[in-house]
Design a protein around this ligand. Structure first.
Ligand code: GLV
Ligand code: MN
Ligand code: MN
Length: 410
């Protein structure tokens, strides 16, 4: 029996950021509650369609490019004022969560929507990007943002083949590069993906910089042989040699620095049969830190240890080398001020995750706003941030945009 008003429970109206995020969440949702919107996949383009419709509803001009990005523009009224660009990514890792990337796009759109609803026309043009291929993928991660920032190298190993498999070519991607001379700055809101904010009971992280992402292809070459007849003392088992190297590298990493991280996220074994000693094992070794000397130190130790493992030969080649970047100190100050004015407790912190802001830092000043991740969980279906926290991040983004718009003419 439903209770007569006012006793009937009233449902809280969803804010714009949560509504837009929920809509994006219709794309690539899996039965177990996780998400997968892979590179150039139908699920990814379903998210692009949703974002494009939202942009058009808000009154933004939209365009797409061959790198898979969606871009919306809300024109300002001062032709001399440069654009404020907001962005993040719409792709996900396999089995990822709702918030990684999609939140930043939804927050940018919620800011544009609020400006329209309040009848505010900024001096600066406001642009919002939904980027493609930010997560690790055959095109190398931060793909869409690297494309517009002119950071895609035509000789990137495997790029031409990977693009051909998606029905694209390198020329088209190089042509996606845009002119940044008319851009004032790039802003990105994102979930923290760690547990620092939650541990400290804070609601906003003002990001100071983004760690490097450095990946090596490491191959152990042993000798395939019969699993029953080859005595242990005679084996050249590539899997065991790789296991020794991984365990030793993990130990070395812990000795070098508290904030240096090391991950082996992929492994391929050949011939991959239950009764054959592995002859070849290939892994990716990933390491991240703000300082290059720390990652250089770790890869140096890994090479020394590999040379001392007698039961396999190792080949170690660099695959990805995205250096760390710093956020712009003025943008950090404006973001901190915006949070303080909104009464939201915040702290300065570095990002251990990679972001589209990394390639952007090569072409324009960057600023990033973090909101808490429950339990520090991310890249999994358990990823979660409360609606109120998502709204706080959007509020800080909105106020930051207004402050930047009030600044003296460039
Ligand atoms: C992207 O989320 C990354 O940090 O790898
Ligand atoms: Mn992300
Ligand atoms: Mn991610």
């Amino acid at each position: 029996m439903s209770l007569p008003f006012p006793h009937r429970r009233r449902r809280k109206q969803m804010s714009a950021v949560n509504e837009i995020l929920a809509q994006i969440g219709a794309a690539g949702r899996q039965e177990d509650g996780g998400y997968f919107r892979g590179c150039y996949s139908p699920e990814y383009f379903q998210a692009v369609d949703i974002v494009e419709r939202q942009m058009q509803k808000i009154g933004m001009e939209t365009d797409r490019d061959a790198a898979g990005n969606i871009h919306g523009v809300l024109p300002g009224n001062d032709p001399k004022a440069k654009s404020v660009v907001i962005g993040s990514h719409l792709d996900t890792v396999p089995g990822g969560g709702l918030y990684d990337g999609a939140y930043g796009v939804a927050a940018g759109l919620a800011v544009a929507k609020r400006l329209r609803e309040e009848g505010k026309i900024l001096r600066h043009t406001l642009e919002v990007y939904g980027f493609h291929g930010e997560e690790s993928n055959p095109l190398g991660g931060t793909f869409g943002s690297r494309a517009i920032a002119g950071q895609v190298k035509p000789d990137q190993p495997g790029l031409a083949e990977a693009l051909a498999a998606y029905g694209h070519n390198v020329r088209e991607i190089l042509d996606c590069r845009r002119d940044f001379s008319g851009v004032k700055c790039y802003l990105e809101a994102h979930i923290e993906q760690g547990d620092l904010l939650e541990q400290e009971g804070l609601k906003i992280g003002v990001v100071s910089g983004i760690v490097s992402v450095i990946r090596y292809r490491v191959t152990a070459l042993g000798q395939s042989n019969h699993a029953g007849t080859t005595m242990m003392k005679n084996r050249r088992d590539a899997m065991v040699a790789m296991a020794r190297l991984i365990a030793a590298a993990d130990e070395e990493c812990r000795k070098i620095d508290d904030t240096l991280v090391f991950t082996v996220g992929t492994i391929a074994c050949q011939p991959g049969s239950e009764n054959v000693i592995p002859g070849r094992v290939e892994c990716t070794f990933e390491m991240r830190h703000m300082k290059k000397e720390k990652t250089d130190c770790l890869i140096g130790r890994i090479r020394e240890i590999a040379a001392g493992i007698g039961t396999a030969d190792f080949e170690i080649t660099n695959k990805i080398d995205k250096g760390s970047v710093s956020c712009d100190s003025h943008l950090m100050e404006v973001i901190s001020r915006s949070a303080s004015e909104a009464g939201i407790c915040h702290r300065i912190m570095a990002s251990g995750a990679g972001h589209d802001a990394n390639p952007m830092a090569h072409v324009t000043p960057i600023g990033m706003i973090f909101v808490p991740s429950r339990g520090g969980l991310s890249h999994c279906k358990e990823e979660w941030t409360s609606q109120e926290e998502l709204e706080s991040g959007t509020e800080v983004l909105y106020r930051t945009v207004l402050h930047l718009d009030e600044e003296a003419k460039e």
